[in-house]
Design a binder for this molecule. Structure first.
Ligand SMILES: [Zn+2]
Length: 104
């Protein structure tokens, strides 16, 4: 998975296509990501007690990481991610389009 927590991603398929948001959680085992304000679902909540109102809650759901692409913070485009090894041996992700390092 090329997406990491804190990345800005753009959704490339599904009902939220074109939406951008910040990655809040990644789950490499399931290959899913949770993105701020993307893949929102309404959840009906029942009132269990008199002082606890029921209603409709917005729920932020995780979705398949293949439905999103990382947005480069330099060229501001959804891009495929490449890899580069720095002089200090650290592996970083780079924007395929402009070469900007995505990992700061
Ligand atoms: Zn770029």
């Amino acid at each position: 998975m090329n997406i990491k927590k804190g990345d800005t991603v753009c959704v490339i398929s599904g009902k939220d296509k074109g939406k951008k948001g910040k990655v809040l959680v990644t789950d490499p085992a399931k290959n899913t990501i949770l993105v701020e304000n993307v893949n929102m679902a309404k959840k009906h909540k029942k009132a269990r007690r008199a002082d606890e109102p029921g209603g409709i809650l917005d729920q932020n759901l995780a979705f398949d990481a293949s439905k999103a692409m990382v947005v480069c913070n330099k060229c501001n485009k959804a891009t495929r991610v490449g890899h580069k090894i720095l002089e200090n041996g650290k592996k970083v992700r780079v924007c395929i389009k402009c070469g900007e390092t995505i990992d700061k």
